[in-house]
Every structure is written in structure tokens, then in C-alpha cells.
Design a binder for this molecule. Structure first.
Ligand SMILES: [Zn+2]
Length: 431
């Protein structure tokens, strides 16, 4: 697994890695979208004009030297003037991503800015979002209206009737902002399709940001037996798969697996999920953490779930675009849609925002053998199970159900399978 190392990787390799990810995630078309990175010389590396985004190679990336000379096989993206304009007015920005991702374009064409107070990490990750009036693509005027917004200190801008542009301290930072903002937009659109989105207050967001302290003590000696390493591999595989399947974004999500007794392994905090490495995963043994690593903010909850429920051996906490519709509105998800959904999930209750913070008992009291998953309001969904792959499967089933319900909302009202049909399912499958 290659890691996006913005400190050591050549900008053209960073750019091809991220454009490939953006294309495969459905966040840009083949022709739209461009990325640039400015290096320590002041030279700007940028994606080429009119070259297929699906098969872009490092050798296709163009360099615009500080003095304006252009080097490379192709012409630079026609939109590079506004990249240069951003670097000129904000020297601390070292990477820029521009694209036309569908949900942010929806906001752009109805001339609105997504409210990032809808999920807890988004305000912090995206920062305030600017709004640039329409101007002709590739024109200096477009560069000017975008630079005007960046000059105000924002790192993300909605471009009227066009798309979005974000900047970052490096390409990883810019990508995380871009992806999180699009996720927010999708959550708001899906939430508005089934109900009315509710928002977190600034105080609630501060509570979320301030819950890191309560770190477990560090263990003195660590050992990594083969069964421990096998769990690292399992966790890494599932996190990457979740990211690939659109079931986890860079800026949020935790996966843990019980190792033995109440010891477990868990993903760290503040690591881009799609880029997680085996060494990033944190061992928790005898209530202590591996030295030098910061486990997920939700570690306390995972620890308490493993203590209380011997049948639970893996946990996934994540944000997915359709389940989040049921997290940010007062609508209740009904999994009596199809047999598969009911058999896997039975019921997914909602719990208030903050229920997953250290010391809160609500989730511990809500989970049971017949309640493997909960939706945390304006935050995430938590799914538990035995084997990690089975837990992941439940997450997929839940997200598919939420997607069918959301898509069906424009067709008519859900006719759920009835009590008698449910009883038959219970007898046959849950006996
Ligand atoms: Zn564009």
C-alpha cells in the first residue's frame, strides 16, 4: 500500500494519486477538474488540459515555472490561472483542487453554500466556505473573483454555476477538505429528500472537538504476535474497502476488532482513513494504549462495548451518505423494507448527539443481540457484530436500505413487510 507522503513524494506522483482517487470516487468527470501543487521553488505542478483523468500518469503532469515558462508534454489545464491566483494571495496554501462534484454543483446551481454544522468534524475540516460569482472559465476574471474569496482567509469556495475549489496546506489536507465538503452536501441533499435537516450548535461542535483528552495510559512494553498482526491487516483491508465503496470518508470513522479478552485494536485519530497503514493502527491491552499513538476519540465506547457484550467482536463507526439522512433529520429508518434488511438489522434506533462521548451510557444500554446498530444523531452510524466482514456486511445492508428508502421517497410511501411476515422471518432465520 503506497502512502500519500506529501513531504517526500514528487508533486506529479501526489497529483496522479489524488486525481485517480477523485475520478474513481465519482467526484469528477474525465474532462472536468484539475489539481495543482506548488513546490518550494515556487513552481506549480498541474494536471494537463484535455487528457483522460481515468488514465493519467505522472509524466502527463505539467510544470508552470515561477517565471511562467511551461514544461511538459501537454498544455496545462485551462483553469490554471485561478490556481496561480490562489497561490499568489495565500502563500501558506500549497495545493489546490478544483472539480465539479455532483452535490456541490447542486449547491452551486441553486446558489447556496452547504451548512457544515450538519456533522461534527466538517466545520473544522472545511472552515468557512466562500462564494465566487460566475465568470468565464479560464479567464483572468474568474481568477480574480476566486482570489477575492481566498483573500478573506477561506480555504474552500463554491463557484457559482460551476463547481468548487479548495486549498490546503498540502494535497492530503486539500483532498480531505474537498471530500468532506462534498459529503456534507450529499448529506444535506439526502436529508432534505426525506425530511428537514437539523444542525449542530457551535457549542456542540466544540464539545466534539474537545473530547480528545481522557487518553488511556501508555503501555511500557509492546509485543506484536502474529494474531495481533492479522487483526491489523483485517482492519486496514476493511477501512480501505469502506472508503472505496463510499462507506467512509477521510475525515471520520473508526474500526476496531477484539483481540483477546477485552484487548482490541483500533484505528487512530487524525489519519486520513483511505490512506491508513498497518503501523497506524493502535493496540489497546489491559486498558493501556500503544506508546506514541493516539487511538480514535471513541476508544472508551469501544472498550466498554467489548467489556459488556462478549458476543461483539468488531465495531464500525462511520458516516455513509444515505444513513446520514436518518441521522440529520427526525425521520426514523424502517428496516422492514426487504427480508435481508430486517434479518440483518431488525431495528436501528437513533440516539442523541454526544452519546458516543466517553462516559455516556446510552449506546451501551441501547445495543443488544437484536439491536446491532444505532444511528447517532448528526454524527454517524455504529454497527457491531462478530467477525469484521459480517459487521461490514451489516453496514452495507443498512446503507442500501437507507438508499432505497431515500430514492423511493419520491415514488410513494413505504409499505413495510407486516408483523406476520416478520414473525415468519424470525422463525426461519433467527430461530
Ligand atoms: Zn471547472
Amino acid at each position: 500500500m503506497r502512502k500519500l507522503n506529501t513531504k517526500w513524494m514528487h508533486p506529479r506522483d501526489q497529483i496522479t494519486m489524488i486525481i485517480d482517487k477523485i475520478y474513481r470516487s465519482g467526484l469528477t468527470t474525465t474532462s472536468g477538474g484539475n489539481i495543482s501543487v506548488i513546490d518550494d521553488n515556487g513552481d506549480v505542478w498541474v494536471t494537463p488540459s484535455a487528457i483522460d483523468k481515468g488514465t493519467l500518469r505522472a509524466s502527463d503532469i505539467v510544470c508552470v515555472r515561477k517565471d511562467g515558462t511551461i514544461e511538459g508534454k501537454h498544455k496545462p489545464s485551462s483553469e490554471y490561472p485561478f490556481h496561480i491566483a490562489i497561490y499568489k494571495c495565500r502563500p501558506e496554501i500549497k495545493a489546490v483542487i478544483h472539480a465539479h462534484p455532483p452535490a456541490l454543483v447542486s449547491f452551486s446551481i441553486v446558489r447556496q453554500i452547504p451548512d457544515t454544522n450538519v456533522i461534527p468534524q466538517a466545520k473544522h475540516v472545511c472552515g468557512p466556505i466562500g462564494y465566487a460569482p460566475y465568470a468565464l472559465p479560464g479567464s483572468n476574471e474568474l481568477g480574480d473573483v476566486i482570489a477575492d474569496e481566498f483573500e478573506k482567509g477561506v480555504n474552500a469556495v463554491i463557484m457559482e454555476n460551476h463547481g468548487t475549489v479548495v486549498g490546503g496546506a498540502d494535497l492530503s489536507d486539500a483532498y480531505q477538505r474537498f471530500e468532506t465538503m462534498e459529503f456534507c452536501a450529499r448529506t444535506l441533499i439526502n436529508g432534505s429528500t426525506i425530511g428537514t435537516p437539523r444542525y449542530l450548535t457551535d457549542a456542540q461542535i466544540d464539545d466534539f472537538e474537545n473530547q480528545i483528552p481522557r487518553l488511556l495510559p501508555e503501555m511500557k512494553k509492546v509485543s506484536y504476535p502474529s494474531d495481533e498482526r492479522a487483526i491489523r491487516e483485517q482492519i486496514q483491508r476493511i477501512v480501505l474497502r469502506a472508503c472505496d465503496q463510499g462507506l467512509m470518508i477521510s475525515s471520520y470513522g473508526t474500526v476496531s476488532v477484539r483481540w483477546k479478552d477485552n484487548d482490541f485494536l483500533i484505528t487512530p485519530t487524525n489519519v486520513a482513513r483511505w490512506d491508513i497503514q498497518l503501523k497506524d493502527i493502535v493496540q489497546i491491552k489491559d486498558g493501556k494504549r500503544e506508546p506514541g499513538k493516539i487511538p480514535s476519540r471513541s476508544t472508551w465506547l469501544h472498550q466498554e462495548i467489548y467489556k459488556r457484550y462478549p458476543h461483539i467482536n468488531s465495531i464500525i463507526l462511520t458516516q455513509t451518505p444515505y444513513l446520514m439522512a436518518y441521522s440529520v433529520t427526525d425521520e426514523k429508518i424502517d428496516v422492514r423494507t426487504i427480508p435481508e434488511s430486517w434479518i440483518f438489522l431488525q431495528d436501528i434506533p437513533n440516539v442523541p448527539f454526544g452519546s458516543h462521548f466517553a462516559g455516556e451510557e446510552t449506546i451501551l444500554e441501547t445495543l443488544s443481540k437484536n439491536t446491532p446498530a444505532v444511528i447517532i444523531n448528526n454524527d454517524s452510524v455504529l454497527v457491531t457484530g462478530d467477525k469484521l466482514l459480517g459487521t461490514f456486511d451489516k453496514l452495507e445492508v443498512a446503507e442500501f436500505s437507507a438508499k432505497s428508502l431515500t430514492m423511493g421517497a419520491s415514488l410513494g410511501t413505504l409499505v413495510p413487510i407486516n408483523d406476520e411476515q416478520v414473525e415468519d422471518l424470525r422463525k426461519k432465520f433467527l430461530g
